[in-house]
Design a protein around this ligand. Structure first.
Ligand code: DER
Length: 229
């Protein structure tokens, strides 16, 4: 369908950045999965040596299935990380975390030398008008305190994310955290919002990616793509 075509176009654009011997950070989500399949084909076809640093069990499981070699972030600094996003702003600020992998995604993307984002066109948002919904990973011991702090500090309403499958109870992240989806209004610099949210005790990570922005964003448009530099 059209969105898969757009994700594929964006993934192919990012694939051109992959060179032999690279350590690649990999985010999580359906767009990254398309990239991973194309990467595995390229590696096999060209006999490339690449190592991947994963940002979730989901990505690690697919990497193993595809025969991609995984290494740890403690042993290697990724030369380049490739990830998806849920919302992309014109200044290249992002909102991520729809897939609940934001903590490890931020580790891989921020510690990589650079990261690029691959999205379909539906992720673009023209300007910071209206409310934002920000995924926030919180320590289970304090989630209701964080909800209260978010309401008092940002006038935010938050909901505790539950598993989308049959499993009952709150969604538990790969790190054992809970996830809040906080809806709030913000018209200022997204770097400030990232810092202020992160400073609340009990917040383990936020889905605002603004303090370190991607070097490029590839936006699939039909069979082609555009680049936000
Ligand atoms: O959780 C994330 O930030 C992911 O990158 C994700 O939400 C993007 O997902 P998609 O590529 O499946 O749209």
């Amino acid at each position: 369908d059209q969105l898969t075509q757009e994700k594929t176009s964006a993934a192919l654009a990012a694939l051109q950045l992959v060179k032999d011997g690279m350590v690649l950070g990999l985010g999580s989500g359906s767009t990254v999965k398309i990239f991973m399949k194309l990467l595995a084909e390229k590696v096999k076809r060209e006999g490339l040596k690449v190592y991947i640093v994963s940002s979730s069990y989901d990505t690690s499981i697919l990497a193993a299935t595809l025969g991609l070699i995984e290494v740890s972030l403690n042993s290697f600094t990724p030369d380049l990380s490739i990830d998806g996003a849920d919302t992309v702003f014109p200044d290249k600020s992002l909102i991520k975390g729809g897939g609940g992998c934001l903590l490890r995604e931020k580790l891989v993307n921020y510690y990589a030398r650079e990261y690029v984002i691959i999205v379909d066109h539906t992720k673009l948002r023209a300007k910071l008008d209206g409310p934002l919904t920000v995924p926030i990973e919180v320590h289970p011991m304090s989630y209701s305190q964080v909800v209260k702090a978010l309401r008092e500090t940002f006038n935010a309403e938050s909901s505790l994310r539950v598993f989308s499958e049959k499993k009952l109870g709150p969604a538990i992240t790969d790190n054992g955290g809970f996830l809040l989806d906080a809806t709030l209004k913000w018209s200022g610099d997204m770097r400030i919002l990232e810092e202020k949210l992160k400073s609340l005790p009990g917040v383990l990570e936020t889905g605002i990616f603004a303090i370190k922005k991607p070097s490029k964003i590839f936006v699939g448009q039909g069979e082609s793509y555009t680049v936000i530099e």
